[in-house]
Design a binder for this molecule. Structure first.
Ligand code: C5P
Length: 405
């Protein structure tokens, strides 16, 4: 049993056969979307138990979820205390995944503090399975320091945070806070359940800029934000891979389920990458500085009247080095060009001897939330029209999965 989903690269099937999923619904307008999510989960083959908080029942009646899941909806810790009174323990032990959608700001706060004052929060605390939350709230509530602090804590605790998306909100405002569409949530579940197309594969990703010291307080860097590389790491993790992200300096949060190594210079990035080999896939998204300062000063350089000359020496080409190894992973390169994209990108693919190269125009991509990409491989060119970077990253992972297999 499965559901056909349209992606940028074609039709894919999502199957959740034999998976036991607890769908937690908390209080928010997006609770109506959870009904559709419940229907999709059941259609994909999952066995779904719905647990609703008291606030959720103010938005949607439990009967709706009972009809869609084919099972009674659990609403109270005290009802669930029937039998041996340990229903909350049994339920969470049997589940493969606990998915809270929508997750309100209040519920995230309770979760971050380990509260167990209703059935859903108790199940979350007693679980041994993966916990994923799909936040939905007003944009100010989403941006509030307390909410972001709680989310940081939850990510550290290994909770997968799905979304939210940006767009029109129920309150009439526009911004981040919309719950992901049910079909988008469905798409990431196989990866969370270890059943994605990259399950069992090790994927190594570089991201962000590098920083090449001039002296202890100054350096050479570039405008890379790291957004594309982080999105690629997230998409690979969603596809079920074990992901290591080697990151230059960025302000971004580590995607759920991704292990991150922080580096500064190209030399440090090269050493971190080599120390993580062997891997099945290497995706070099980082904007690595081509040069570093030959002799970085050990003390701060003082201002003088005379011009200052810095001698730059070439950095190691990490991607070319990894691709040339006898145990080379499947290598993917990125090329940010300012002109003649197709010519430069294809030349780079052949020179670095990588099977897949992702080209983009630097001025259209650097630091932005969206990107227009072209994939170059042995078969030719595959354009990916402009979309947000996570959508592009998922399309890239789909494409490379097909080439890998
Ligand atoms: O040669 P160029 O810098 O344009 O190539 C870009 C690709 O090579 C990117 O995938 C980038 O991450 C990788 N690269 C690298 N080490 C370098 C320079 C680039 O891995 N020193």
């Amino acid at each position: 049993m499965g559901i056909f989903m349209q992606s940028a690269q074609g039709i894919e099937t999502v199957s959740l056969s034999n998976k036991k999923i607890i769908l937690g619904v908390t209080g928010g307008v997006a609770a109506y979307k959870a009904a559709e999510l419940c229907r999709l989960l059941v259609k994909a083959g999952a066995e779904v138990r719905v647990v609703m908080t008291a606030a959720a029942q103010q938005f949607v009646a439990p009967l709706t979820f009972q009809a869609l899941s084919g099972k009674p909806v659990l609403t109270s810790l005290w009802d669930a205390a029937s039998g041996d009174g340990m229903e909350h323990i049994h339920l969470s032990r049997e589940a493969d995944l606990l998915l809270v959608a929508p997750a309100s700001a209040d519920f995230l706060a309770r979760l971050a503090h380990g509260r167990a004052d209703d059935l859903l929060s108790t199940l979350c605390l007693a679980r041994t399975c993966t916990l994923a939350v799909a936040p939905a709230m007003n944009r100010e509530m989403w941006g509030a320091a307390a909410t972001q602090r709680n989310l940081g804590r939850l990510r550290e605790d290994g909770v997968a945070v799905l979304g939210p998306a940006s767009g029109a909100l129920a309150c009439g405002e526009t911004g981040p806070g919309r719950m992901l569409e049910p079909v988008e949530i469905l798409g990431v579940l196989p990866g969370l359940l270890g059943a994605g197309p990259l399950a069992g594969r090790r994927v190594l990703v570089t991201a962000g800029p590098t920083f090449e010291a001039i002296d202890p307080v100054r350096g050479l860097t570039n405008l890379s934000s790291g957004k594309m590389g982080y999105a690629v790491a997230q998409a690979a993790a969603e596809a079920g891979a074990e992901v290591c992200l080697v990151s230059g300096p960025t302000c971004l949060a580590t995607p759920a389920g991704v292990r991150r190594l922080d580096v500064q210079s190209a030399a440090e990035m090269r050493d971190a990458v080599v120390s993580e080999l062997p891997a099945d896939v290497f995706i070099a998204v980082a904007a690595v500085a081509d040069y570093r300062v030959a002799d970085a000063a050990t003390q701060k350089i003082k201002k003088r009247e005379a011009p200052l000359t810095l001698q730059l020496v070439p950095n190691p080409d990490i991607l070319a080095e990894v691709a040339a190894r006898p145990d080379a992973p499947f290598c993917v390169g990125f090329a940010a060009e300012t002109e003649q994209l197709a010519g430069h990108a294809e030349a780079k693919r052949l020179k670095k001897r990588v099977p897949l190269l992702v080209g983009n125009l630097a001025q259209d991509t650097l630091g932005r939330d969206t990107a227009e990409l072209v994939l170059f491989d042995d078969q030719g060119r595959h354009p990916l029209p402009r979309a947000d970077k996570l959508t592009q990253a998922r399309a890239l992972i789909n494409h490379l999965t097909r080439l890998l297999n």
